[in-house]
Design a protein around this ligand. Sequence first.
Ligand code: PLP
Length: 358
Amino acid sequence: MLDLDIKIIKTENPKEKPTDESTLGFGKIFSDHMFIVEYTEGIGWHDARIQPYGPLAIDPASPVLHYSQEIFEGLKVYRRADGGIQMFRPIENARRMNRSAERMVMPQLDEEFQVKAMKMLAEVEQDWVPTREGTSLYLRPTMIAHGAELGVHPAHKYLYYIICSPAGSYYKNGMSPIKIHIEDSYVRAVKGGTGAAKTGGNYSASLKAAYEASKRGFDQVLWLDGKQNKYVEEVGAMNMMFIIDHKLYTAPTGGSILPGITRKSVLRLAEDMGIEVFERPVSVMELYEAYSKGTLQEAFGTGTAAVISPVGLMEYRGDIIKLSDGEIGPIAMAIYNKLTGIQRGNEPDLYNWIERVK
Ligand SMILES: *Cc1c(COP(=O)(O)O)cnc(C)c1O
């Protein structure tokens, strides 16, 4: 592991913690401390510390502000029934961070060191981990390019930091299925592009389609492949799964899709439940044909924020598909219960997915 001490500088002005855990939203409140480590070309990583949460001082000419040389991750710290806290597969986030870094020509940061930083920060912020069912402390590891240079080339200075935000239950009134618009004019990513990296530009480029769909009453945009506009890929920050004739289908991670850690975990659990899993391209045509034959049983998104997000309605060029009578399907429900059970420590951790903090 990277041999770098992490200094801890505690805040002198702790914030008031939210008292009502039923009204926690997502990403609006931040905890007292953040982790930060700096990179300088020729020196490497240095000055790792946990310090009071606060604004960063970066040069207005920093490459992140002009050319989006930025990557991020998202994972959660859960409160166990015995009062302890734990994380779900953090090493996978650290590995994906490094794969994103490679794509964006940013420096690698030792994966075990990343996990050590997450654990230390989670321990310092343990009182910020909510206890109510469905809640968690969301961690957002981020890497940005800074320094003062406007040339279009990889930067010479980087910051890696982690901030924490207590997150409410994604489902305030029980799990309610979402409405998705299948997008046939805008695209999110193409093979050879940056779709497989968790990098800021992918998300700013997706805002317009999401905004237009939301004006028409849809919750999410389902992206098609950018080349043929034919195969379903993923939604905003979730991978997509379809149950057709009792089998599970999801798009392969061939370069334009973000390889979700929830996706990977769900495929494992589905196989354990005896469900046949196919990672292969699924066309919109195939979905509509299955629907008209009555074999399209369920559709759901998978991602860290919601874990499983059932789809109640899909629309493509004005044609509507309605699923599961507006209820959550039985397979989505079974997988959701199993996975959230493992994450909170109520189900056995058969695959060593859990990293205990305390
Ligand atoms: C983060 C993300 C996902 C889900 O990844 P998880 O590791 O399961 O949280 C899926 N698609 C996109 C575009 C994402 O940014």
